[in-house]
Design a protein around this ligand. Structure first.
Ligand SMILES: [Zn+2]
Length: 271
């Protein structure tokens, strides 16, 4: 490459880097707004409004939305734009199941191998969680998620860290969709128990507490299976009351335009 070309290619490279950094900043800000429930599931995310808010181009806004779509936090609809994802209950259960497996691997990797610095950092983090608990719901929720991300980062396994980050974000979205508004999603005492067990090298206890802990989070986030509304169960009562015995057979109910077979699988999915 001739020397005269160097300055412009360096400039292009640094511009490219700057644009990547800006995309990361917009991506991170939107991620937080979604998991902290400031942007509700199903909310529209217009590229121009996002660009204006962050002083960024629409291209950068589009790239950030694309990344969030890969992480499952945003849904891109052809010709309609981007929306905060609106996960179904079934997807919610699948995500919690995967999270359980990943975080078991995290405690397995860390048990008995926690450095003094890492242990001190985790204990200080739990201290901050205790301070925020009951006082500042948004901060509590953010700190709770960060505890799990810190643990994953301490394994030094970047792939594990990335997957944990993704499922933790998705769990926050599930909580936003189906849980109580701004309910803190983690019990701080259980975080402290996990750190104690890891420091002692007691994998069984650490894994056991982590599993119970995540099951409790899932219970708060997801309604019990029986409470999931099956539209056919609800409408069957109305159908028999309004149309009489003629429609009380299976063919009639499945051919009704308002009651589709597919609704059974994703009863609460909304546009
Ligand atoms: Zn937790």
């Amino acid at each position: 490459m001739p020397p005269s070309k160097r300055p412009s290619s360096t400039a292009a490279a640094s511009e490219d880097k700057l644009s990547r950094t800006r995309t990361e900043a917009v991506h991170e800000a939107l991620r937080l707004a979604i998991i902290e429930q400031s942007l509700q599931p199903g909310a529209r995310l217009p590229e121009d409004a996002i660009g204006e808010s962050f002083g960024a181009s629409r291209t950068i806004a589009r790239e950030a939305l694309g990344r969030l779509a890969v992480e499952g936090l945003v849904e891109l609809k052809p010709n309609r734009g981007a929306f905060v994802a609106n996960p179904s209950l079934e997807e919610g259960r699948e995500i919690f199941l995967v999270r359980n497996g990943l975080e078991r691997t995290v405690v397995q990797s860390l048990s008995g191998k926690l450095s003094a610095t890492n242990e001190a950092s985790l204990r200080s983090h739990v201290g901050k969680e205790e301070e925020a608990s009951g006082r500042d719901a948004v901060r509590s929720m953010r700190l709770a998620g960060e505890f799990h991300l810190q643990l994953a980062a301490m394994t030094g396994n970047q792939l594990l860290e990335r997957y944990v980050r993704e499922v933790v974000s998705r769990c926050s979205l599930i909580l936003a969709t189906y849980g109580r508004p701004h309910s803190s999603d983690c019990a701080v005492t259980e975080h402290a128990e996990i750190v104690d067990a890891l420091a002692k090298g007691d994998f069984e206890t650490a894994a056991d507490v982590m599993q119970r802990h995540l099951e409790a989070v899932a219970d708060r986030a997801l309604p019990p299976i029986k409470a999931g509304v099956d539209i056919r169960d609800v409408l069957a009562r109305y159908a028999s009351a309004t149309t009489g015995p003629a429609l009380e057979n299976e063919n009639a109910s499945t051919s009704s335009p308002d009651v589709k077979v597919g609704d059974r699988r994703r009863p609460r999915k909304q546009e």
